[in-house]
Design a protein around this ligand. Structure first.
Ligand SMILES: [Zn+2]
Length: 413
């Protein structure tokens, strides 16, 4: 039997139509979550779901979905999807591809009249980009979003209130949107890579192994202020010399021992801060990212140990204070293998890689086995009107998603 394929021209047409909603003259899209453009995009999506003869569902966190129900109403649900919102002045494919390819996969399965023993549900999550809170909808669905997160909405409580009214949702509803893990089979998301590794290696499909976790700390190097002219150089306790040595050595340490993990020193404050005073204090923002918690532990220990050592060598005191962190998410091995099998059967080249950006899959992995696949992004550009993925890559991704879903149906394969 010929392998089932999605309807490519229908998917490309959908992407084009959605790209016009909130479209900017430079070919980008501004459809931030809960904005009037987002509301228009959501309405359009609802129309597409209903036109396909699928059941439209909206949960109490504003997550939208298309459902293709199994004959048995007590069946579990296999989830796929992504997000319709964009960053302000973003691109046409980040989120849109995964949300619309999920819908296209369900349409294709319905048209082929495949009777599956699970419900299929194509999701479009609320506010993935964090206009109000990162991964708001998927974290609500996973039950990991708290009322404190809503209190700390990025644009403030008032804007969040206005946004929720536009969507017709409430804080109580958002916090009650949790799904039961025992009702779910798995979650799979298709997304553009937002990096250039697939393009550089000529590979069609990226199989995500993990989504990076993030740790951050404030480092405070403390020395002694002195006259920048009269204090002898070899007797100074210059906090900036110490901090500078740390930044340089941290780069070398991570490159030599923790690649592909990454480190960044993104902010620095020097006190007292004058041409003619030796710096007494430096406050440095340190952020590190890697794929698993044990690797993050090891990398964090090594970097903080290095900071201690450098401080001692420069006769400085060191204080550290943990800042925000985000837990890494390992992808499910069975799902990774299902993606690889689907890609191989479609004649596509694939490779395993880590995601250095956050995604709804990260939140979903807290309640159900989860996996993710990438297609190439031209020049690795995203969150920009220049974001582009070639049509054949869009379709390769959608077909791989379709066959991954079929592979994950219990009793298949
Ligand atoms: Zn995205």
């Amino acid at each position: 039997m010929r392998m089932l394929r999605i309807n490519g021209s229908r998917l490309l047409e959908d992407l084009k139509e959605l790209g016009r909603i909130g479209g900017t003259p430079d070919g980008g899209v501004s459809r931030p979550a809960m904005s009037p453009a987002d509301v228009a995009g959501r309405e359009w999506y609802r129309g597409r779901v209903e036109a396909a003869g699928l059941h439209f569902r909206e949960d109490s966190a504003g997550n939208l979905s298309a459902v293709l129900a199994a004959d048995d109403p007590t069946a579990r649900t296999l989830l796929t999807g992504s997000h319709l919102d964009t960053v302000p002045n973003g691109g046409r494919f980040d989120g849109a591809l995964g949300a619309l390819a999920a819908l296209e996969a369900l349409r294709t399965i319905r048209e082929a009249d495949l009777r599956l023993p699970v419900h299929l549900e194509a999701m479009s999550f609320t506010d993935e980009e964090g206009e109000m809170q990162d991964l708001l909808g998927s974290r609500a669905l996973a039950g990991t979003l708290t009322s404190r997160d809503l209190d700390q909405a990025r644009r403030g409580r008032e804007e969040l209130g206005a946004g929720m009214r536009r969507l017709g949702i409430t804080p109580q509803g958002i916090l009650a949107a949790r799904r039961e893990p025992q009702d779910l089979v798995a979650f799979v998301e298709l997304h553009i890579e937002q990096g250039a590794r697939l393009e550089a290696t000529g590979v069609d499909i990226g199989v995500v192994t993990s989504i990076v976790g993030i740790r951050s700390h404030w480092l405070r190097f403390v020395g002694q202020a002195a006259h920048a002219g009269t204090a002898p150089m070899d007797e100074r306790r210059d906090a900036l010399w110490g901090a500078a040595a740390f930044v340089r050595d941290a780069w070398e340490l991570v490159m030599s021992r923790f690649s592909p993990g990454v480190v960044n020193c993104g902010q620095i404050h020097v006190q007292p801060g004058a041409f003619n005073i030796v710096p007494a204090e430096v406050r440095l923002a340190l952020e590190l990212r890697h794929g698993t918690e044990p690797l993050l532990d090891e990398m964090e220990d090594a970097l903080l140990g290095l900071a201690e050592e450098v401080a001692r060598g420069h006769h400085l005191a060191l204080e550290t204070e943990p800042a925000a962190q985000c837990i890494s998410a390992s992808m499910n091995e069975t799902i990774m293998e299902a993606i690889e099998k689907a890609a191989t059967e479609l004649g596509l080249r694939h490779m395993r890689l880590m995601s250095f950006a956050g995604h709804d899959t990260q939140a979903m992995s807290a309640i159900t086995p989860s996996g993710m696949l990438f297609v190439p992004s031209v020049d690795g550009i995203s969150h920009s009107p220049s974001e582009f993925t070639r049509p054949e890559d869009l379709l390769n991704g959608a077909n791989t998603l379709l066959h991954t879903l079929l592979e994950l149906v219990p009793g298949s394969g």
